[in-house]
Design a protein around this ligand. Sequence first.
Ligand SMILES: NC(=O)c1ccc[n+]([C@@H]2O[C@H](COP(=O)([O-])OP(=O)(O)OC[C@H]3O[C@@H](n4cnc5c(N)ncnc54)[C@H](OP(=O)(O)O)[C@@H]3O)[C@@H](O)[C@H]2O)c1
Length: 272
Amino acid sequence: MEIKNKVAIVTGASSGIGEAVARQFGREGAKVILAARRVDKLQTLAQEINAMGAETLVVQADLSKLEDILSLVSQTIEKFGRIDILVNNAGFGRLDWLEKLDPVKDIQAQIDVNVMGVIQTTRQVLPVMMKQRSGSIINMCSMAGLVATPTYSIYAASKHAVHGFSEALRREVKPWGIDVSLVYPGGVVTEFNQHAGINRKTKASTPKFMLLTAEQVAEAVVKLVRRPHRMLIIPWLWSVTVFMNKFIPGFVDYTTINRFTIPEREDELNIK
Ligand SMILES: NC(=O)c1ccc[n+]([C@@H]2O[C@H](COP(=O)([O-])OP(=O)(O)OC[C@H]3O[C@@H](n4cnc5c(N)ncnc54)[C@H](OP(=O)(O)O)[C@@H]3O)[C@@H](O)[C@H]2O)c1
């Protein structure tokens, strides 16, 4: 699919990957719908994209609320009459030991945005794309959707759900001319960590050379619109970890427990 003049919804466009994707779509001449809760940030980005000569629509939406999703889709149809591209990007992680996560603010909220937000937005957009007999849906997964590590329990559950949902959907909607692609980035430098509540004692983080910028992920998303792909793991080196997790999970368990879990918790468990 070419991007020029296409109508593209980007959720979570107020920062990080979503912002970079929206900007990239604007550069390519798409009509970009920017959705998130921080409307001031969306408006600033919309002005920037308009200055490139592309049309925009700003919709303030909390993706955990069905009424906001309905409004996002109806405002898009009212202004542009169709939807060609949906990037389900909005999401966040609250990364801590399970018993320390708040049942509502951390656990329920992650599932509501990362899983229900993706499902309900897609559910509302789908009839529009089916009528058109064309469309491209790109779901922002994560390496955590393939390999789950300590303190990522709920985030990993949410991204595994996105993986399963997208796989089924891809097979459901292909006959209607709709492509479903999944992106699995490793660590990306965005606001993500500020919202995650990470308080690590060990240096268990993504090696610097494996860190991506939001722009690199946005470029991958643009490529997926042009040439859909079932699974895009970036950087590709993470595929080695995915392979090991699938075929030698005992080794991954061993290294994870000994490198992450025990050093992180030895104080509180008094096992030094
Ligand atoms: N950064 C990473 O290392 C990484 C790696 C793999 C995958 N990802 C995934 O990439 C996606 C984007 O994350 P990011 O790294 O770009 O982080 P970010 O800079 O924190 O952006 C998150 C975006 O999601 C939006 N959002 C959060 N809760 C929302 C809600 N209830 N309703 C509507 N929008 C909401 C935020 O907008 P408002 O706060 O304005 O609502 C923001 O625009 C997420 O799905 C994340 O899981 C990130």
